[in-house]
Design a protein around this ligand. Structure first.
Ligand code: SF4
Ligand code: SF4
Ligand code: SF4
Length: 342
C-alpha cells in the first residue's frame, strides 16, 4: 500500500490505521523504512514525532490534553511513606499534593512548555518548546534498569511499567535529560522490602501507547490547534524534518542526540541559543530538561558492559517481580486486548 507522506494531512484520528498500523503491542507501519534489498532496516517499525517549533504558540492545550488523557495512569500513593533505611538512601519524593504543577515534569505532568526568548538574525524570537520524553532509539533508561521495568517497544515507544518499577530512579540518573520523575508510596516495593529496597514508581510520557495501539493519535498531537506535531514512520519524519529545516533555514535537534531519538525538533533559531536562554530564566534544571548536544550514552563501554550484564538479571528480576505483582493482585503492564490498559 502507498503511504501518505504527511500523516497530519490525512484523517487525524485513525491516521495510524491509514499507515497500515495494527495490533496492540507491536506496531509496525507497513513498508516503513525497508532497506533497498527489502531486508528490514534499523528503522523498521519505529514511529517518530516531528515538532515544528515555529508553529507553537505556547497555548498549553497539549499539556491539558496529556493530563486528562493519562489521568487514570497517575499514582495514588499510600501515606505515610515508609522511611528508607539508611536514611541517606533515596529520599521520598511526593508530588501528590502538587498535582497542578505545570511548569516542569512531575509524575502528574508528563509534558510542559519551555519558552526561550532569543535574538537571531537581528530579530527577537519567542520560541515555545513542548518537552517530554525523547523516546530514544537506544534508551539508557531501558537498557540500564536493573529490574527490567523500562522497555522500548518495537514501535519506538519507551515505557516504564508501573507494576514492575521499584522507583530506584536509575532511569532518571542515566537519562541524558533526566526525564522520569518519582512518586513514593506507590508500587511493588510497598509489598516487598519497603524500607530497604525501592522508593516508589518512575513516571514519564508513554506516548499514549494505548491510543497508538488503537491506531489513534497521542492526545497532545490530536488536540494541538497549530498542528505543531506530526507522527509517522521514522524515516519519513526525518525526511520531513530535513526538508523543513532546509526550507526555513532552521535547526534540528534529535537526529544525533544520544545516538538519535524518536522526537525531532525543528527550530528557527539554533538550539545552543535556546538552551542558553532557558538557563537565564531558570527554565532549565530539575524536571526541566536542557537542549544541549548529547553523546550516545550507550556507546560508552562501561554502560554497554553494565547493560549486557544486566540484561539477563533484569529478565529474571522482571519475571520474579511479575510473579510478585500477580500475587499482589496486579499485572504486568502489557496491552490488554480490550484496550483498557491504564
Ligand atoms: S497545543 Fe500546540 S500550539 Fe499549543 S502549546 Fe501545545 S504544541 Fe504548542
Ligand atoms: S529521553 Fe530519557 S526517559 Fe526518554 S527514552 Fe530517552 S533515556 Fe529514556
Ligand atoms: S504523547 Fe501522550 S503521554 Fe506523551 S506527552 Fe503527549 S499526551 Fe502526554
Amino acid at each position: 500500500m502507498s503511504e501518505p507522506k504527511n500523516p497530519s494531512t490525512v484523517s487525524r484520528r485513525g491516521f495510524l490505521k491509514a499507515l497500515g498500523v495494527s495490533g496492540a503491542g507491536l506496531l509496525v507501519p507497513s513498508g516503513a523504512a525497508m532497506a533497498q534489498d527489502g531486508t528490514p532496516g534499523p528503522d523498521d517499525g519505529e514511529l517518530a514525532t516531528l515538532l515544528d517549533l515555529s508553529k507553537c504558540i505556547g497555548c498549553g492545550e497539549c499539556v491539558n490534553a496529556c493530563r486528562e488523557s493519562n489521568a487514570a495512569k497517575f499514582p495514588e500513593p499510600k501515606k505515610p511513606f515508609p522511611d528508607p533505611i539508611p536514611s541517606r538512601r533515596a529520599k521520598n519524593e511526593d508530588w501528590s499534593e502538587k498535582r497542578d504543577v505545570e511548569d516542569r515534569l512531575t509524575p502528574y505532568n508528563w509534558l510542559f512548555i519551555q519558552t526561550a526568548e532569543v535574538e537571531h538574525k537581528g530579530e527577537m524570537l519567542e520560541i515555545n518548546i513542548p518537552r517530554r520524553c525523547m523516546h530514544c532509539r537506544n534508551p539508557p533508561c531501558a537498557n540500564m534498569c536493573p529490574f527490567g521495568a523500562a522497555n522500548k517497544q518495537q514501535n519506538g515507544i519507551t515505557r516504564i511499567s508501573d507494576k514492575l518499577c521499584m522507583g530506584g530512579a536509575k532511569c532518571r540518573a542515566v537519562c541524558p535529560w533526566h526525564i522520569p520523575q518519582r512518586q513514593s508510596g506507590v508500587g511493588l516495593y510497598l509489598h516487598l522490602l519497603p524500607r530497604l529496597a525501592g522508593n516508589g514508581v518512575m513516571y514519564k510520557c508513554d506516548r499514549c501507547h494505548q491510543l497508538v495501539a488503537r491506531g489513534e493519535l497521542p492526545a497532545c498531537i490530536d488536540v494541538c490547534p497549530e498542528n505543531v506535531q506530526t507522527i509517522g514512520p521514522r524515516a519519513e519524519i526525518i525526511e520531513q524534518a530535513r526538508k523543513l529545516a532546509a526550507e526555513t533555514d532552521g535547526y534540528i535537534y534529535g537526529l544525533e542526540e544520544n545516538g538519535g531519538t524518536n522526537t525531532i525538533y525543528v527550530s528557527p533559531a539554533p538550539f545552543d541559543k535556546l538552551d542558553k536562554a532557558l538557563g537565564k530564566t531558570k527554565s532549565k534544571g530539575k524536571g526541566r530538561p536542557h537542549l544541549q548536544p548529547v553523546k550516545d550514552v550507550m556507546a560508552d563501554e562501561t554502560n554497554l558492559a553494565t547493560a549486557t550484564l544486566l540484561a539477563p538479571v533484569a529478565g529474571i528480576a522482571a519475571g520474579m517481580l511479575g510473579v510478585g505483582a500477580a500475587l499482589f493482585g496486579e499485572e504486568k503492564n502489557g496491552p490488554k486486548e480490550d484496550g483498557n490498559e491504564r
